[in-house]
Structure formats: C-alpha cells, structure tokens
Write a protein that binds this ligand. Structure first.
Ligand SMILES: NC(=O)c1ccc[n+]([C@@H]2O[C@H](COP(=O)([O-])OP(=O)(O)OC[C@H]3O[C@@H](n4cnc5c(N)ncnc54)[C@H](OP(=O)(O)O)[C@@H]3O)[C@@H](O)[C@H]2O)c1
Length: 166
C-alpha cells in the first residue's frame, strides 16, 4: 500500500486569521472551488468547531469530525472520532491522500506530519479569534498556483500557494 500523504488546506488573512465568530470571515467562491476540487474524493478531517460552521457532510468525501465528547452526534454522512490519531487511521483505510481542513488546533497538531500544505493567503487584515501560529516552512518548496484579483464576486484578492516538504 502506498505511503499515506497527509495534507493541510486552509485560507488565512495576512494577519493569519482563519475564523471569526465561528465562521470563515470571507466568501471567496473561486477559493471554495479550489478547496472542493483539491479535496474531492479524499477523506477530510476537521475539528468539532469547524464542523459546526457548516453542520452537514461535504459531499463526495469521507467526513471525519474529532471531538472529546463521546456523546457528540453529527449529521448523516459524518463520522465522529475521539482522537486525531484515530481519525487519521480511519481515513488511511480509505485513501492514501488525507486532508486536514481545520481548525487551528488540528493544523498545529499535524504540521510535523504533513507532506503538503495548500495555503490561500487572503490579502486583507481581519479581526478574528481563530488565528494560525507561524509555521516554519524553511526548506519547503513553494509553488504559486493562483493569483486571484478582487472582483465583483470576491471582496479580497488572494493567492493560492502549494508547499511541499522536500
Ligand atoms: N479559513 C479556513 O480555511 C478555515 C478552515 C477551518 C476552520 N476555519 C474556522 O476556524 C474556526 C474553528 O476553528 P477552531 O480552531 O476554533 O476549532 P476546531 O479545531 O475546528 O475545533 C476544536 C475542537 O476540535 C476538537 N479537537 C481538537 N483536537 C482534538 C483531538 N486531538 N482529539 C479530539 N478532539 C479534538 C475539540 O472538540 P470538543 O471541544 O468537542 O472536544 C476542540 O474543541 C471557525 O471559525 C471556522 O470557520 C477556517
């Protein structure tokens, strides 16, 4: 069986905010399209608060939610898992490409294990309580996949970057 590829995907503002009031603080349809195309068909692992932002299964992907609450009930099509290790184990039975989709704690807990990070930098500074720490990408390969201007449908310009651990 091929080696597991663990991948992170997120969008952050220039001041590293990913969430405000429990929501994603922007609506960027073309970044959402990139998220959908990149993760489609692969298991996605998320923290309980990230799950509650949409509170339904994202179609076409095995949805795994981690929580320490053993009574937690999620929507149909969403599996609840008690630990991150158990979630990664469960996901790796389905696919050799597994995505960590947030939030902050999950990105922190998995950074040392991931081979690839899809990072969208949203070109604004924003206030929010979910803030990513500085990850050290020293020695990683950086490729710019997309530079998207602000337009009628996108309040902010954004840049999509793919990082690969060498
Ligand atoms: N911009 C983006 O790309 C992006 C991506 C994802 C999320 N977000 C935003 O980020 C915010 C949510 O992120 P967050 O960092 O506040 O929370 P989160 O990581 O989504 O959820 C935290 C919860 O996950 C559970 N958890 C975390 N680590 C665990 C572990 N090792 N084992 C078991 N359970 C574990 C715990 O749930 P219990 O408390 O139930 O035990 C914890 O309270 C929202 O605003 C969301 O919209 C943005």
């Amino acid at each position: 069986m091929p080696q597991l590829q663990l991948i992170q995907i997120y969008a952050r503002s220039e001041n590293r905010v990913i969430g405000a009031d429990g929501r994603i603080p922007w609506r960027l349809p073309d970044d959402f399209k990139h998220f959908k195309q990149t993760t489609m068909g692969c298991p996605i692992i998320m923290g309980r608060k990230t799950y509650e932002d949409h509170a339904s299964a994202l179609p076409g992907r095995l949805n795994l939610v981690v929580t320490r609450n053993s009574d937690y009930e999620a929507a149909e099509g969403v599996e609840v898992v008690a630990s991150l290790d158990a979630a990664i184990q469960r996901a790796s039975n389905e696919s050799d490409r597994v995505f960590i989709i947030g939030g902050v704690g999950l990105f922190e807990q998995t950074f040392d294990q991931v081979q690839t990070v899809y990072e969208t930098v949203v070109h604004t500074e924003i206030h929010g309580e979910a803030v990513l720490p500085e990850f050290d990408f020293t020695g990683w390969q950086r490729e710019v996949l997309q530079q998207h201007p602000a337009d009628d449908r996108h309040a902010y310009a954004f840049t999509v970057v793919r990082w690969d651990r060498r």
